[in-house]
Design a protein around this ligand. Sequence first.
Ligand code: GLP
Length: 642
Amino acid sequence: MTDHKSEAEQRERIQTEVHPSADLVCRILAKQIADLIHTRNAKGNFCVLGLATGSTPVRLYRELIRLHREEGLSFARVITFNLDEYCGLSREHPESYWRFMHEQLFNHIDLPAAQINMPDGLVPRGEAFDSCRIYEEKILAAGGIDLQVLGIGRTGHIGFNEPGSTRDSRTRVVTLDGLTRRDAARDFLGEANVPRHAITMGIGTIMAAREIVLLAWGEAKAGVIAPAVEDVPRESLPASLLQAHPQVRFLIDEAAAAELTRVKTPWLVRSVDWTPALVRRAVTWLSLELKRPLLKLVDEHYAEHGMADLLVEQGPAYDLNIRIFNETQHTITGWPGGKPDADDTHRPERAQPPQKRVIVFAPEPSDEMLGMGGTLARLVAQGHAVTIAYLSSGNLAVPDEEAISAADLILGFVGELDAATRARARRVRERLCAKRANLALADDAETRQLKALLRRGEAQAALQVLGVPAASARFLDLPFYERGRYRQFEAGEKDLSVLLALLREIKPHQVFVTGAAQDPSSVAAVCFSVLATALAEVQKEPWWRDCRVWLYRLPGKTWSPYESDMAVPMSPDQLHQKAQAIYQHKTQRSQMPGPSQASQEVWSLAESSNRELARQYDALGLAEYEAIEAFARWVERERPRT
Ligand code: GLP
């Protein structure tokens, strides 16, 4: 997107490169790091790298490992300094950054252990100050950091420099922000297990690096990337302080760029090609921004908001207003599977066949309820043959306490006679109890199986609330998930063949799926990419010609009225029923972090998200509904339709 550079410069205070995928960015950056190592080493110097943890750099590390293995890149003369570490975790703890870095990078390259530096999270409180000072001295002694890699937290933190960190802060012990701890809750299986403190390099330490690269992927980061790049720098948004660095770049994917002015409202910063989609976006934006219904916009409103050329080209306002009003109106339907026997010229779904075969993919149990519970209920009630395909078992998100009480239940229920079952339940129980003392223990297959069963039960209970027959559910338990851990998932041929088999068996007319814009390391994004590969493989098969793919999104990230191709309204009762269905996912209560709300439970987050969307349609001057679920039609980079 370099062609926007001059306009972008008007607003963007940090050089920001937007790329189509995280993998591409990581290949480019890994190559730059390799070049830097060569250049530094050729001059007889060590190369000093500042490294980050989190999902974001995982792909970069994979690519560096590949360069080491396949292209002989050596780290023998590299020194690394990590940004941060949680306080109080042993090195072996599954979530310690020490373990993360070794598993993700250090164990796979020829970097000598003596050249690895990480803050010591186990240092006694009384010695922490000295330990932090020594860390700073070590960086100086190594000659300073040549290149610092950063991710970004949703509070805008870099390292663990939470909002309020000063620009000259140095390595120190910090208290973690509530949102940061909620974001980490999943990894730690509950917010209560997330450490409250961490040691982090300071903003001043980071700013002293000669070059800085910040990486960000996925829709969850869009809301923080835009202000960091475009707003006046302030300590309440630590990443924005990077604006003062002479050699800083943000390398981000399209989902993380979504809130940048040049992407969200490009007509405000450059002349644009007024495609139908952009016109709808701009006119809807104008209406929502001015809080005036679409049909009440006048020429001046357009002219004063960067759309004078649109008026000339496609105006006047009266025509544009009616056009966009009608277009938006046509996306609203109570018949998500198509309305049989109705004229479908202006409906989002076709009338034929009247009963469709539908697959609703849920990356993890409950995603389908959160994103489209109301629509799912309608599809079933309107007689479509709906299969709900649970792609992962979701067992990683089950807190140990839930599994222990399930094991107790089994022990109480089976009685003395069923020795084999008792033994299994005991083993799981003992292992989970042992985990309390030794958090480094990972769940074994048996434990994961029990946890998966809990989630299956919840999924079935939720379907029952919606009146969906139990037989509609398929639990696919994709192998990538059963093998993996958060951040370390890698899908393969086996996952693909499971999906291909299901698609070929059902030959769906409609597919509903989520995850397209999420962090590529997330379960949903991994699932989406397997499905996208599967769909690419079936393109020549006759049924595919008659199949539509609809993307749903999770609460807090719903499609806007201008992005949605199908909006399905819900009555108050239907919304209540959806919330009740979500409520059945007992192990997930208070588990999933909301986007910004303090401790909003997921069902109420779903309710408010769907209500907010309905409010927007109302504000545009369309009918006033209680709640709406929105879907965008997936046209894979304008996939060829035969
Ligand atoms: C943690 C780390 C940060 C990281 C952030 C984002 O808070 N201390 O260094 O940037 O998480 O994590 P992720 O990359 O998983 O989104």
